[in-house]
Ligand binder design. Structure first.
Ligand SMILES: [Fe+2]
Length: 249
């Protein structure tokens, strides 16, 4: 009798575990891309499409760190144009836009400068919106926290190195926390709208956390004080999203 119960419980618990793992994977996948129109194989890989997805919060949600007007112009003008122009370039260059945009980024050297700038711009901004949230900030938890401490000695050290990557980017570009092919966490910066997914990039890997240091991201509120913008930005980082990305890759 007890054996039957044990076996039944085992099967029941195994089934629950399987469902939980599947759901976790799907959730991670959805959050991984943050948005998307195209799905590829594997429960952890929901990749990004070409359409701009809704901003996951109101324009004023990140105030006072990022003001509502900056968010509105950034999302509805700059990022919207990247999406439109990426689609236009894809159609003109024979790319199947039902396939993930990551496919183009991985082979972007084969395409036009318009594709490089706009496909990169679209991907980077879709990720950027989700790297932030109202009442964000603090410190990461879970496996990401452990990995950051192992890779950069401490969270404070990581924060300093990441901030420096953004501050020292000459002109326009991005600071990244990314994971390379050996599953190592790395910090770096790319110019313009490049990112570590691109075959032309000096950095190679999958972005986990991105910071836009183009002037359009901060100039209305911070003018030339990029460092002040970066210091404030840490207070809106969505560590849950970054952790879920890390766990899903
Ligand atoms: Fe931007």
């Amino acid at each position: 009798m007890s054996k039957h119960i044990s076996r039944r419980n085992f099967i029941h618990n195994s089934a629950k575990t399987t469902i939980a793992v599947s759901l976790t994977g799907l959730m991670s996948g959805d959050i991984l891309a943050g948005c998307t129109s195209a799905k590829v194989t594997g429960i952890n890989k929901t990749m990004m499409g070409y359409d701009q997805t809704p901003l996951p919060y109101a324009y004023n949600a990140l105030e006072p760190m990022i003001d509502a007007l900056t968010m509105e112009i950034h999302y509805s003008k700059h990022a919207s144009a990247y999406s439109k122009n990426a689609k236009d370039a894809a159609v003109a260059e024979g790319v199947d836009i039902t396939k993930p945009i990551e496919n183009v980024l991985a082979t972007v050297s084969k395409y036009s400068t318009k594709m490089r700038n706009n496909a990169g711009g679209h991907y980077n901004h879709e990720l950027f919106w989700r790297c932030m949230k109202k009442d964000g900030g603090g410190i990461p938890a879970g496996t990401l926290a452990t990995a950051i401490n192992q890779s950069f000695n401490s969270f404070d050290s990581f924060k300093t190195q990441f901030s420096d990557a953004g501050k020292n980017r000459f002109g326009s570009g991005w600071a990244w926390l990314y994971i390379d092919k050996d599953k190592q966490l790395k910090i770096g910066s790319t110019p313009n709208q490049d990112n570590p997914l691109m075959d032309i990039s000096d950095l190679k890997g999958t972005p986990l956390l991105g910071l836009d240091v183009w002037e359009h991201a901060y100039y209305l509120k911070y003018q030339n004080k990029r460092a002040d913008y970066i210091n404030a930005w840490w207070n809106v980082v969505n560590w849950d999203f970054v952790q879920q990305r890390y766990a899903g890759i």
